[in-house]
Write a protein that binds this ligand. Structure first.
Ligand code: ADP
Ligand code: MG
Length: 598
């Protein structure tokens, strides 16, 4: 067979294989085009899960009469004109192949009217056969793209489609993801003539939170910490779910890079590391995060569907994401007034029972202890104890200084050797003694560990190990890092190494397996957190065994000491396994339980 140039139609169908997998991929491309056109209102109509009809109408800039036919031509775009443009592209599209690809496997009609023009124009293309002479059509400013009978001319592709309901739920997820990326754009979605979504534009923080709640659920926003951090030209903002609100599925993880929905290993790794220490095994954190940096720092031209990116400085990005999130999560502990907004938020929601007792299911706002709060409104018991506490500390502070009431209050009693009951400004605090103590011990051990460094333990018999050439060179290149981690490894040949020493705490682990994982991690990350992760796991186990067993009786002094330590320990809002260590029942909630109107 001789070589021949593919017809434009066939080339488009081949491209469609990558870009148009199902109705949800069509909606993704159309929504991106509307956003690129500066639309602030987008209305989506779907029929039969998207296989019958996908219609997207926007109020964006519109397409000029003379450009209409070009919009359907392959490699035709208004978004870039040179390689330089590509290097710092800020629009969502730039490949100029979405519309022609879609048009090669469906019946497409585009109607559009530009700013300042008095009438609209329309072109159609049925499975690659285009009627490219625009016809006049009434149309308000903006563009409507109509895609009918998807895959009508490619039956093999159609066979891969699932039920109407499944296709629609994929499509809905895309609308949800894109909808979350732009708070300033209003979106409506209807299926089979019934409106199923009406996402309004959100201007202020409160409106944004409401919008997040309509998309991700009120629960998500109620148990999330707000993030906003800017450094070295990078900006990370959004919401991360508290470890205690982690999910069994990785289904609520939204990450945007410059407004683009992406899946990326560097990002996933950084987020997972940030939660490493506070998440119950097998649980997945929930998050909605927006990451912004100069477009020149990200390569978006990695995959036709444009949901993968490459960072030019991936190490820097990884560390920025990790440290920002890690720090925010470390702040999750009981705080008193004057804590940062993030911490105050965290405290609010660290008590999962808040709002439940009253049956409202909503978020109840806890007044903060301290500040200008009026002492007389505090329960008498607390007032007395404040005096007692101040006297004990010898500070001479007068009992009427409200800020002396600690966040977790003062211990009243112990319940069945498991829970501590304490009274604070808001009402009743319940603490899981063992969980709390375990976390405190663990955090202390980590600090001690960090200050003394990683101790190395020589192996009695050095172990030889076969590796790839690449792995051997990693050993050479990263000798210093490896030594710092407590390893002593020598290169014995082009494809073999000798392990002479391992970190003392990991001496019981299988040295070869450990080194193998470590080298893989080093190759990928340049530096490894793996060892720290394992050491943390071991410290966690020791901490668990070293902590107060349930059933042990504590004196009131011991209980109060534990409460004070919780207040000063990082991450003490949850135990090592991600369970909460304490909950708050406010007076209002207690009143609610007894139907006692105030
Ligand atoms: P790309 O988005 O990569 O440029 P597309 O095939 O998706 O390629 O679209 C081709 C061109 O059609 C775009 O560059 C843009 O100029 C125009 N276009 C498509 N959709 C719209 C829209 N909703 N509003 C305005 N212009 C649009
Ligand atoms: Mg596009």
């Amino acid at each position: 067979m001789r070589i021949q140039v593919l017809s434009a139609h066939l080339a488009n169908q081949i491209a469609a294989g990558e870009v148009v997998e199902r109705p949800s991929s069509v909606i993704k491309e159309l929504l991106e085009n509307s956003l690129d056109a500066g639309a602030t209102q987008i209305d989506i109509e779907i029929e039969k899960g998207g296989t019958g009809l996908i219609r997207v109408r926007d109020n964006g800039s519109g397409i000029q009469h003379d450009d209409l036919a070009l919009a359907l031509a392959r490699h035709a775009t208004s978004k870039i004109g040179s390689f330089d443009d590509l290097e710092r592209v800020a629009s969502l599209g730039f490949r100029g192949e979405a519309l022609p690809s879609i048009a090669s496997v469906a019946k497409v009609t585009i109607s559009s009217c530009c700013v300042g023009e008095e009438r609209g124009w329309q072109v159609s293309c049925f499975g690659g056969e285009a009627a490219l002479q625009p016809q006049p059509v009434p149309h308000p400013q903006g563009t409507t793209v109509e895609v009918r009978d998807l895959f009508f001319n490619t039956p093999a592709r159609r066979k891969f489609l699932r039920t109407e309901r499944t296709e629609f739920s994929h499509l809905e997820e895309v609308v949800r993801r894109i909808g979350l990326s732009r708070f300033d754009v209003a979106i409506t979605l209807s299926h089979n003539q019934r409106q199923v979504k009406n996402i309004r534009a959100a201007e202020d923080l409160e409106a944004r939170q409401r919008r997040v709640a309509t998309v991700c659920g009120q629960e998500f926003i109620d148990s999330a910490i707000e993030i906003d951090c800017e450094a070295a030209g990078m900006h990370l903002w959004g919401w991360v779910g508290l470890p205690t609100a982690a999910r069994s599925q990785a289904d609520m993880q939204y990450f945007y890079v410059n407004g683009r929905v992406v899946r990326d290993r560097v990002i996933t790794h950084a987020v997972r590391q940030a939660y490493q220490d506070v998440l119950y095994h097998g649980r997945h954190p929930a998050y909605l995060l927006f990451f912004e940096l100069s477009p020149a720092e990200v390569d978006v031209n990695v995959h036709p569907s444009k949901n993968e990116v490459r960072f030019r400085e991936s190490r820097l990005v990884h560390d920025f994401l990790f440290s920002t999130l890690h720090k925010a999560l470390a702040e999750v502990r009981p705080v008193s007034a004057g804590g940062s907004v993030a911490s105050a938020e965290a405290t609010l929601s660290a008590a999962p029972f808040v709002g439940r007792g009253s049956g409202s299911g909503g978020r109840s706002v806890r007044p903060q202890a301290g500040g200008g709060a009026d002492q007389r409104h505090f329960p008498l018991g607390v007032a007395e104890q404040v005096g007692h506490y101040a006297a004990l500390r010898g500070s001479g502070t007068a009992p009427d200084e409200a800020q002396e009431i600690p966040t977790l209050g003062f211990a009243l009693a112990q319940l069945h050797g498991i829970y501590i009951l304490a009274e604070n400004a808001d009402g009743l605090v319940l603490v899981d003694m063992h969980a709390a103590h375990e976390r405190i011990t663990y955090e202390r051990m980590k600090v001690a560990w960090a200050s003394e460094g990683i101790r190395s333990q020589p192996l009695l018999v050095p172990e030889g190990m076969a590796v790839s050439e690449r792995e051997a060179s990693v050993v050479e290149e990263q000798a210093e890092t490896l030594n710092g981690l407590g390893f002593e490894i020598a290169v014995a040949g082009p494809e073999s190494i000798t392990i002479r020493a391992v970190p003392a705490l990991l001496k019981a682990a299988d040295a070869k397996v450990l080194v193998r994982d470590l080298l893989a991690d080093l190759q990928e990350q340049g530096e490894s957190r793996l060892v720290q992760e394992r050491i943390n796991a071991i410290l966690g186990t020791i901490a668990c065994h070293g902590s107060v067993r349930s059933q042990r009786r504590l004196t009131v002094v011991e209980m109060n000491a534990l409460l004070r330590e919780m207040e000063s320990t990082e991450r003490s809002g949850q135990c090592n396994h991600g369970r909460p260590t304490w909950v708050q029942l406010s007076m209002a909630e207690l009143d609610g339980l007894f139907m006692r109107g105030r």
